[in-house]
Design a protein around this ligand. Sequence first.
Ligand code: ADP
Length: 356
Amino acid sequence: KKYLYESSERKSLYNEVIELKGNIRVFCRCRPLNQIEITNGSTSVVEFDSSQDNELQVVCSDSSKKQFKFDHVFRPEDNQEAVFAQTKPIVTSVLDGYNVCIFAYGQTGTGKTFTMEGTPENRGVNYRTLGELFRISQERVGVMRYELFVSMLEVYNEKIRDLLVENSNQPAKKLEIKQAAEGTQEVPGLVEARVYGTEDVWELMKSGGRARSVGSTNANELSSRSHCLLRVTVKGENLINGHCAKSHLWLVDLAGSERVGRIEVEGERLKESQFINKSLSALGDVISALASKTAHIPYRNSKLTHMLQSSLGGDCKTLMFVQIGPSAADLGETLCSLNFASRVRGVESGPARKQV
Ligand code: ADP
């Protein structure tokens, strides 16, 4: 496949970062102990090896240690810059014509939103990415012409809602996935806002955040029970060879992965949990099928994977952040998340997968 833009510098970056390792990455990020945990006297059950930046160990309740390996492991002291430095080559490849998906996975409270969205003082991957996309487009003026668009949507209980409604005091609009003629998936009616700078994006993200909470009694609660997706569409034209391409970068803050006991919850909450479980495991199945190069990829098992189908697989780049907390109280969920991420990365040597 011919890419929109290839420079020798970027090529060498790919050789090093992308091509040698395949197109799927898993990064683990452990947040620091928070004030409540420190006050309670909690200590960390997550240990890092001083000489390795891709390993961690978890001290289990019987004092045995379980080791996990990922493409990179971020420690509690690693800041947003350090995280973005590793993420940058992957996200900016959208300007070269690649489709890219980034997911933040983990239990509620482990820093998914901190990693993706960040705070005004400590901006996360989303904002930094857009900044970098604008910077590189400027750098390529005269060689490339780019137009950038942003969409923001939410998947809650297997329903897709547009968060960029005209009036953010209105509830978000419901959307459906349609199969386009060329075999790609589209979401007709989804708002695509043209953006010219990071401030535009920040404003859109704020307005999208407001639309997200309209009609819900507890906004925080809802945000942990739904997947929030920011989509950047890049329309690019190579002014030298006339090649045009449209590519997508999806930045996804997933719903909390914590398990809720059937006995504790019922009604609406039980339904929500079942939808979350179903879509997170569908996502895990898709990524691990891609990692193990299975012929059939089960995209259709959830709205999330179906919608992202054209941006997962092939030569698309996929990155999953598995977010964990360090405290002993979260040990069970931490092990679940790390096991999930190891499975996604395809490091387990299980029996060959049956084709679906
Ligand atoms: P989630 O989205 O997974 O529910 P949040 O991103 O809301 O989790 O994080 C929970 C809290 O922990 C927030 O107050 C956030 O600012 C803080 N936090 C998370 N990760 C970090 C980190 N790496 N460094 C400092 N604070 C963090």
